[in-house]
Design a binder for this molecule. Structure first.
Ligand code: ADP
Length: 431
């Protein structure tokens, strides 16, 4: 199997690639669809020359305007198909982050049409990350989605836990549900209940995901089907492939070492897990408040100065967004506040890596990771060991404004992921 995934954000792409690699399928993440002049060589490198693998194109379209999200996702899918993907996968967030206008539904419609699939099948459920779907309702760590901290996400507040109801207004295609009682009957029963349009399947455990993967493989043997969801179903597809073909973790996924010359944590996420990690972190920290960024051009310079003075390059330094999201959004508007933060995090990353030679970067937050990797000119992540489930380290080449390359280790973390000690412990398994 050559699993080609289109991910709507960068940390989601890493989540999928990290879990799939751990299941035994070599994985890489491309940051954006390669430009026309680079597409041919990127297509050759996308999958291992002989055998199975996974290539993920990471986009930043979770909250982009619908037309842009659809156009970019379509281009990514076409690239993956041309590179030899045998199964296309739509990766969205395990907390189904979206609004009434999209973008999960419009992207599903677009990707299905690229491969001529009448049906899409999947689930955001990723039990290993505490996400389960039952009777169409998504639970986050045992709490219905709309009662979880996702209720107050700055960009995609989730106020309904019933996924069929969330998805229906996003697409003209019918939205169906396969209930857990049918999942218990096995892959044939699930496959038999899939109708044209979008089918969301309940899953409470890894075994349930294996059943869904089995159903997808049966359907795919009959004709094209778009698989989709969180990282869970993709991992189950990888497990099925490893069982089938014996693909194993290879040197492709053992990363070259990166000598430690500076460790920087950039946290733009306001999610509960990131707040816990910040609270547990005992080292040096600096706060970025979008309100002062808007008012005081020296606010960023002060943090730059602090990053320049480093006594111990092994001691991680944190720069994080201020906690009072509501106040900043009231004063600046959500978009302007996020744009100021994105730009500031990108500038600090470029300054730390290109001017100061920092070697290791941990970024918390999907949007934030997109902004930082773009600013660093990173095109491809070679994915290795996970510091926590869904949070793999990667090695990448960062390109400065003159085109010269610096090899760095990067960990891009979805805001919701990782235990409280991550900002202190993650370095132990870093390349
Ligand atoms: P997550 O992975 O937790 O969703 P993201 O980086 O994707 O994290 O999204 C968090 C968003 O919230 C970012 O766009 C960030 O700029 C915004 N944000 C974080 N802190 C603040 C704040 N204090 N004021 C306004 N917006 C904020």
């Amino acid at each position: 199997m050559r699993l080609g995934a289109v991910a709507d954000d960068v940390t989601g792409a890493c989540d999928l690639a990290g879990r799939v690699a751990e299941a035994g399928l070599p994985a890489s993440v491309l940051l954006g669809t390669p430009a026309a002049d680079a597409a041919e060589s990127a297509a050759v490198d996308a999958f291992p020359a002989n055998g199975s693998g996974c290539a993920v194109v990471a986009l930043t379209v979770r909250t982009a305007p619908v037309a842009q999200a659809v156009a970019e996702s379509t281009a990514a899918a076409r690239f993956l198909v041309a590179a030899g993907a045998t199964q296309l996968y739509q990766k969205y967030c395990s907390t189904f982050d979206s609004t009434a206008s999209g973008n999960i539904g419009p992207i599903a419609d677009a990707l299905a049409s690229v491969i001529g699939a009448a049906a899409t099948v999947g689930t955001p459920a990723t039990p290993a990350a505490g996400r389960a779907q039952y009777q169409g309702v998504l639970f986050v760590d045992g709490v219905p989605l709309a009662e979880s901290p996702m209720r107050d996400h700055p960009l995609t507040p989730m106020r309904d836990s019933n996924l069929a109801r969330v998805l229906a207004p996003q697409t003209p295609a019918p939205v169906g549900l396969v209930r857990w009682e049918d999942v218990r009957l096995g892959p044939d029963a699930v496959a038999a209940r899939v109708r044209d349009g979008h089918t969301l399947v309940d899953a409470l455990s890894e075994d349930d995901l294996d059943v869904i993967a089995g159903a997808i493989l049966r359907l795919a043997a009959e004709g094209p089907v778009l698989a989709g969801g969180g990282a869970g179903v993709a991992t189950a597809l990888a497990r099925a492939e490893v069982r089938e073909s014996g693909a194993v973790r290879t040197d492709d996924t053992a990363l070259p070492p990166v000598p430690v010359t500076g460790r920087l944590i950039l946290a733009g996420s306001a999610s509960a897990a990131t707040r816990g990690q910040l609270a547990a972190f005992g080292g040096e920290r600096h706060i970025l408040d979008p309100r002062s960024l808007g008012r005081d051009p020296r606010a960023l310079d002060r943090i730059r100065d602090a990053l320049t003075v480093r006594e111990d390059p092994r001691a991680p330094v944190v720069v994080h967004a201020s906690a009072d999201v509501a106040a900043a959004q009231r004063e600046l508007g959500a978009d302007r506040a996020a744009a100021l933060l994105d730009e500031a995090f990108g500038d600090l990353a470029a300054f730390a890596v290109h001017e100061l030679g920092y070697s290791h970067l941990l970024v918390a937050g999907g949007e934030t990771s997109g902004a930082v990797t773009r600013r660093l000119g990173i095109r491809r992540l070679q994915v290795g060991a996970q510091a926590a489930p869904g949070v793999p380290w990667a090695v990448a080449d960062s390109r400065d404004d003159t085109g010269s390359l610096s090899r760095i280790a990067v960990l891009l973390k979805s805001g919701n992921f990782g235990g409280p000690g991550l900002f202190t412990d993650a370095w132990e398994v870093a390349p």
